[in-house]
Design a protein. Sequence first.
Length: 327
Amino acid sequence: MDTYIRDIYSLPVGSPFEGYFVIEHVEIKKHRTGEPYLRLVLSDKTGTVPVLWWKPPKDVDLAIFKKGDVVFVSGHVEHFQGNVQPKLKEIRIASPEEFDSKKFICESRFDIEEQFTRLLEIIDSVKNPYLKKLLEEFFYDDSFVERFLKVPAGKTIHHACIGGLLEHTLGVVEICETVAKRFKSIHRDLLISAAILHDIGKIHEYEINVAISRTTEGILLGHLYISCEMVTKKIDEIEGFPHDLKVKLLHCILSHHGEYEHGSPKKPKTLEAVALAYADALDSRVKGFEEHIERELGNNKGWTKRHFAFEVPIFFDGEFNYDLGDE
């Protein structure tokens, strides 16, 4: 039976398990006697778990196991200092035909084409000719769209799925539409354009194989800088694009994480920027709660374990609805 990480956490101590997992982290350690053992972190789309290969055969080359490998393991559940830490009796590199990659990364629960059609309709509603031209330069470009519709919006915390960037972008845009209707002083077209473009750099920050990983470019530069660079290049190709509009748009993108400690190089200093920052936080936080509930509880109800980023356990006794709803 191919066990999920979520199931391992609910098994009693001593219970056996087996399955296919991705190596997230691996270290070769040594016992006091000098004998080597492996400490690993394994993952699938339901979470991660630390495990030990405590007594590997003496003839096994432990260095063959690398981050990103898919492995088959078998073992039993143990606890250490109150935390789950299974011990393995077997681990080997799995061949591609053995496992289903859908175990390691999920897809957006919303229809991709339906979401993208809605996003194009919103772009068509932008009246400012410069902003509309800018958006069309990206979203009428087939090569850009192909990547935009596939990549996630995050690796672990929110929208960590195929199509996650599209889902997150549309969510932020729809929140911003509501805000712009309530606060008439907001430049609606600027806010909506910033919402659509705020995370486009993630097409270069993330890549998907059997799991989501960050690219070297993403690690070194980050998507805020990459997004601004992409937008700046397109703006510079549009004749007559107003300089003050460019500055305001780039400020929205640069400040959309809201706080310095959240990785934002600037704090929001305009109405559109502060609206975007809170819309981004709202969409990502609620989705992060949803994903944690699904990973931890599956189809069950009750309390999750404490979320490592949000620092609270989460209670859920409802039902998920994956209908985009009426406009």
